[in-house]
Structure formats: C-alpha cells, structure tokens
Design a protein around this ligand. Structure first.
Ligand code: SF4
Length: 203
C-alpha cells in the first residue's frame, strides 16, 4: 500500500512559515511564505503538514485588538500571550493538538515517518526554544507547542521540535536540515538569503 511516488516522510510546520498573512499586524516579513525555508522544505521531498495558527483560531486575524489603541509589537505580543492563557484558548489549543495527533497516528500506523516539528521562536504560542512572556523573550515553549509536546508524550509519541525565526534564515535553514536529515535529499543550498530585522518574531 502507498507504493507510489510519495516519500512517506512528513514534517509539521508552523502555519506562518507558509503563510505570513496570518501574522499579527506589522509582523509579516514576507508576502507569503518564508521563501528560503519553504524552498528548502519543498525541495526536500517531505510532505509539509501545515499546523493551524492557534492565534487565528482563538482570536481572529486582528487578534481582537481594541480600536484606537496605541500599541507596539511588544505590547501586542504581551496582550496576545495573556489572551492565549485564558481557559477557552487553552481548550482550543488542546483540540488543535489532538487533531494533529490523530493525523500523526494515522501516518505512524501506515509506516510513515514524522521528521519533526518546526515552530517559531519568540512566539508566545509556537515558540520552541524561546517564547514571549512578561514583556520579554524567555527560554520556554510557547503555549501551543507545550500542549502539543505534552499531549504527544502522554500518548507515547516523541517528536523532535526545533524553533526558527523568520529573520534568521541561515539558522532556520540549519534547524530544518537538522530535522530533515537524510530526508533533505535535494536541499536548497546556495539559494538567496534574507537577513536583518528586529529582535523578535512574534505572532
Ligand atoms: S507563530 Fe503566531 S502567527 Fe505563526 S502560526 Fe503560531 S500563532 Fe500563528
């Protein structure tokens, strides 16, 4: 079964890696996908399982920002981080994580390999090595990644998680290659590299 062209390798990626339109206001760094990383992932031949954006699911595209409020990216990140700790948001994140786990189980059941999960460091929701809390970036998992990791482990599923930032392309490419391993059989070395930007990669 499934003896065709598919690689039988899957990688889970944060929604905004392929769709920057979902980012909070002022935080998109690309018109669509994070180009260099998306190129690498597509060229690798692994299947891209785009995870849902928990902020969009819980708070909508405008994150329910108050009209006329003067905000900074940092203050918005702090506000969104707090909203995502509300019971309704946590419950929604559990639901999203469980849906992903059901998909992972299907792939495992049929002999597919889950290469890992790529999140967004500095995000209060999808951070892997760092998150945003108490008005600063700290070393911890974001709300959704923590729930996904815990729910996976509770079911005996251990996944490798790596975080990237959209403005640190060389590091993002290295993290993706680390997860892809031999799965990155046609990786995009030598492609154009965008760099620069501010110190956080929120929402
Ligand atoms: S990092 Fe933020 S914008 Fe990207 S998928 Fe996660 S919650 Fe959505």
């Amino acid at each position: 079964m499934f003896d065709d062209q598919r690689s039988k390798k899957i990688i889970l990626i944060a929604h905004c890696i392929l769709n920057q339109n979902v980012k909070i206001d002022r935080c998109a760094r690309y018109p669509g996908a994070i180009q260099e990383l998306a190129d690498l992932l597509v060229d690798s031949g692994v299947g891209l399982l785009q995870m849902p954006c928990p902020e969009l699911k819980c708070l909508g595209l405008d994150r329910q920002i108050g009209k006329g409020l003067k905000t900074t990216i940092e203050s918005e990140d702090t506000r969104v981080a707090q909203r995502m700790t509300e019971a309704s948001s946590i419950a929604r994140c559990h639901g999203l994580a469980n849906d992903l786990i059901n998909q992972i189980r299907e792939y495992h059941k049929n002999g597919f390999e889950i290469m890992g999960v790529i999140g967004i460091n500095g995000s209060p929701i999808c951070g892997v090595e760092t998150t945003w809390t108490g008005d600063q970036e700290k070393a911890a998992q974001g709300v959704f990644i923590r729930i996904l990791d815990e729910e996976c482990r509770r079911r005996g599923i251990v996944l490798r998680f790596r975080g990237i930032k959209g403005y640190e392309i060389p590091q993002a490419i290295a993290a993706a290659k680390d997860l892809l391993g031999n799965g990155a059989r046609r990786c995009g070395e030598g492609k154009g590299i965008a760099n620069g930007g501010s110190a956080s990669d929120p929402g």
